[in-house]
Write a new protein. Structure first.
Length: 132
């Protein structure tokens, strides 16, 4: 039997992980809500679970014909605009719940803050001016 590591990664990563990731990329506002490592971890964990449950329910409720191409059953479900909207709404709900959770209120945000960005921009301008 395969070890947990060999089985776990494909189950988490495909297709639900890629669906949640795609929705996250399509809606940059989600990034602002889950702006720390702990928030991001909680968001991904709960989004994967909740989207998986939602897609499972939709799969049971809908009669689907097997796809002729390499489309997964989850991707097939998302071709229905109503189903896609439900999944997007579920991902948004998870992000909003994580952002509102007081347990994460004091987390350090991911990436540079505005002051760090301004300092880097000034440094880059000076550096490019001297290199030219």
């Amino acid at each position: 039997m395969a070890g947990h590591e060999e089985v776990w990664i494909p189950l988490v990563d495909e297709p639900i992980g890629s669906i949640v990731g795609r929705i996250q990329r399509e809606h940059p506002e989600i990034e602002a809500l889950v702006d720390s490592q702990r928030k991001l971890l909680a968001f991904r964990t709960f989004a994967y679970i909740r989207v998986g449950i939602l897609l499972g329910r939709l799969l049971v409720e809908d009669d689907m014909e097997p796809a002729d191409d390499s489309t997964t059953w989850a991707e097939q479900l998302l071709q229905d605009p109503q189903h896609r909207e439900e999944v997007v709404n579920e991902v948004w709900a998870v992000a909003q719940e994580i952002a509102a959770d007081p347990a994460y209120a004091n987390d350090t945000p991911l990436g540079p803050d505005d002051a760090e960005r301004a300092r880097f921009l000034e440094f880059a301008k000076k550096r490019l001016a001297t290199d030219a």
